[in-house]
Design a protein around this ligand. Structure first.
Ligand SMILES: NC(=O)C1=CN([C@@H]2O[C@H](COP(=O)(O)OP(=O)(O)OC[C@H]3O[C@@H](n4cnc5c(N)ncnc54)[C@H](OP(=O)(O)O)[C@@H]3O)[C@@H](O)[C@H]2O)C=CC1
Ligand SMILES: CC(C)(CO)C(=O)C(=O)O
Length: 308
């Protein structure tokens, strides 16, 4: 079974490398013709610690007229880029299986509009960094957790995903997609905005007790609206800070590179739940508005002011 990947960024290229490694045919869909041409001509380089490997790959620009041939599709654009590619996903929906791996929960309303297809959700605990249009670095090791979004998904599709599992790229199945996404959302709602606002590495959040206090306030607010079993969750967040102590969060990277962040799908989503539940979350409001303010300063975001 071939796999198409929509979005040849850090995570798209990371998946491409591990799938090519086990001989799966991959087609990478890019935003620009330049990146597709580069990938078709030169393939791409996968860096993993000291190791460096070259893969040839088939690539094409993703347009409204794209007809996806593969039965399996990994969607690896960022949350705010999903809206633009949704028409092409809808057009190619029939009988396909889609894996969405976005951080946050902003993509859930989109998924409800997809019919006649199977949907699987994933969370990525790896770190990956695109170094150029055809080079990616595997910077941090974790798991890819997967859970079916639809009930009664064809077993064969799950077995296919399971076959991607490798020593440095383990795949773990989860029963409950909501719990899986909500737990990751808690991690991202605490670590990402604080590290981006204060321009600190993840580890500083647990080394400096004042930052830990801020993180705890965000934690209390977040779990109060997500209504999840939170046993061990705080310790999990602390352990992620420790394990990724030297990393810069994706939100800090986006702010530094003057790119739009995923704050809407993370803290914005939490605030929308709070609104429905008639709760106020002052710390979450503060970090949400602060990131929006930084996006405005960077003046890259398309519509950063909607919720202010
Ligand atoms: N990187 C990481 O370590 C981790 C990332 N994640 C999550 O994975 C998701 C992807 O992140 P990441 O890979 O880092 O992001 P990147 O920005 O590296 O990749 C997104 C890719 O999508 C492409 N894209 C955007 N719009 C389109 C379009 N219309 N058609 C085709 N391609 C398009 C972009 O192209 P272009 O560059 O040309 O704009 C870019 O290559 C995010 O939700 C992130 O939160 C989760 C855990 C870790
Ligand atoms: C887990 C964490 C916080 C690692 O940096 C992450 O997912 C991110 O940066 O988006």
């Amino acid at each position: 079974m071939g796999v198409s990947i929509l979005g040849a960024g850090s995570i798209g290229l990371l998946f491409a490398a591990y799938l090519r490694e086990i001989g799966i045919k991959v087609t990478l869909y890019t935003r620009t013709t330049q990146q597709a041409d580069l990938l078709n001509k030169d393939g791409f380089i996968f860096r993993n610690g000291e190791k460096k490997k070259h893969f040839s790959i088939c690539a094409a620009q993703l347009t409204l007229n794209t007809e996806i041939n593969d039965p399996f599709v990994i969607v690896s654009v960022k949350q705010h880029q999903l809206k633009e590619i949704m028409p092409v996903i809808k057009k190619n929906c029939h009988n396909r299986c889609f894996l969405f791996i976005q951080n946050g929960m902003g993509h859930l309303p989109f998924l409800e509009k997809l019919t006649h297809c199977s949907i699987v959700l994933g969370i990525v605990e790896h770190g990956a960094m695109k170094l150029s249009g055809n080079e990616v670095n595997h910077t941090g090791y974790g798991k890819v957790k997967i859970a079916p979004f639809d009930e009664g998904i064809d077993e064969e599709k799950l077995v296919f995903i399971e076959s991607w599992s490798q020593h440095q790229f383990p795949i773990e199945f989860q029963q409950d997609w909501y719990k899986m996404l909500a737990n990751k959302l808690v991690v991202n709602a605490l670590i990402n905005p604080l590290t981006a606002i204060y321009r600190i590495k993840n580890g500083t959040l647990v080394k400096n007790g004042c930052f830990t206090k801020l993180m705890r306030q965000l934690y209390e607010e977040t779990v109060s609206v997500l209504m999840i079993q939170n046993e061990g969750l705080w310790d999990h967040v602390v352990s992620i800070c420790e394990k990724t102590a030297k990393n810069e969060s994706s939100m800090l990277c986006d702010i530094k590179l003057k790119r739009r962040t995923e704050i809407d799908a993370i803290s914005g989503y939490i605030l929308s739940l709070a609104k429905e539940q008639k709760k106020t979350l002052p710390y979450t409001e503060f970090v949400f508005t602060s990131i929006k303010a930084l996006e405005v300063e960077n003046s890259e975001a398309e519509q950063p002011y909607e919720k202010l």
